[in-house]
Design a protein around this ligand. Structure first.
Ligand SMILES: [Zn+2]
Length: 147
């Protein structure tokens, strides 16, 4: 299920919202708001009913937005240790086909030497190869050209 990203400027920062008010504001079900709370949206839980600050709602959605971003450029692979996309060292990239549509790129992060993995489609693999300025070993790519 794809997560819907909410506008991180929708809530009024000097206002506070009850669960159902927050649900109305974003046009979602109350359960969705309860899920946000489970995922870390802060509440003023000393009060009943539960009150959420507008500024917390905005901050929460801004964070979700960053989390859901896939900022990898064609020649980058996301390094989980550096928490940022990295350009692997040419020649140290391996392509492992999964099936005739997708495969995995495996490379070593130039900054921390952690193994990086990127699931990539056959359509994008040539783009990656071109962006990197080298061609991946033909032995690995013959699967693409096989009808
Ligand atoms: Zn790294």
């Amino acid at each position: 299920m794809a997560k819907r990203l909410q506008n991180p400027r929708l809530a009024k920062i000097h206002r506070s919202y009850k669960i159902d008010e927050a649900a109305d504001l974003y046009g979602v079900h109350k359960n969705t708001v309860l899920n946000w709370i489970k995922q870390g949206l802060p509440t003023c839980d000393t009060k009943r009913p539960v009150i959420i600050l507008g500024s917390d709602l905005n901050a929460f959605h801004a964070k979700q937005r960053v989390k859901n971003k896939h900022p990898c450029k064609p020649n980058e692979i996301y390094c989980i240790k550096c928490k940022t996309p990295k350009t692997p060292i040419a020649g140290l990239v391996e392509f492992q086909p999964v099936n005739d549509k997708i495969g995995n790129l495996v490379a070593i992060c130039p900054a921390c030497e952690t193994m990086m993995y990127r699931r990539i489609s056959m359509a994008k693999i040539k783009q990656f190869s071109t962006a990197m300025g080298f061609v991946l070993p033909l032995a690995h790519l013959h699967i693409i050209d096989t009808p």
